[in-house]
Design a protein around this ligand. Structure first.
Ligand SMILES: [Zn+2]
Ligand SMILES: [Zn+2]
Length: 144
């Protein structure tokens, strides 16, 4: 079992959340996959293992994880939410062709929060920055 999974299960226990086999599997999947899956993607990946599970169950579990601070929900207008296991703070680059989301790390945009707070008097909770473009796979496929 990975340290991340162990820590995540520990966090759930501490917040009084019961750890069911489904929750365990969803967390494990989120930690392993780097693709920022939708609830539907997770459902499709795990339905073989849990035939009685529905997309709604997956979604409810994701909400429990979000409330425990383990998972971030990324919403994009009308498209369905994507879910991201919370590790360190990171940014996203999103492919405009296929919708793939890839993580990257970039230090020090905290000044933006300080400045926003200074200029507006808001107490800043977080910021969100996303970069857009075409992923290497899509660049390749449009070339021929
Ligand atoms: Zn792409
Ligand atoms: Zn991410």
């Amino acid at each position: 079992m990975s340290t991340q999974l162990k820590d995540a299960l520990e966090t759930l226990k501490e917040s009084g959340v019961r750890i069911t086999p489904q929750r365990h599997a969803i967390l494990e999947y989120l930690i392993q996959t780097m693709t920022h899956p939708t609830a539907d993607d997770i459902y499709k990946a795990l339905e073989g293992k849990f035939p009685n599970m529905s997309v709604a169950t997956v979604y409810n579990n994701l909400r429990v994880f979000r409330e425990a601070g383990l998972v971030k929900e990324l919403t994009y207008g009308d498209a369905s939410s994507r879910f991201d296991f919370v590790t360190t703070h990171h940014y996203h680059v999103i492919c405009e062709e296929c919708g793939k989301i890839v993580d990257f790390h970039y230090p020090g945009l905290n000044e933006v929060e300080d400045l926003a707070s200074h200029v507006t008097g808001f107490k800043i909770s977080h910021h969100r920055m996303e970069t857009y473009g075409t992923c290497p796979d899509c660049v390749k496929s449009t070339k021929h």
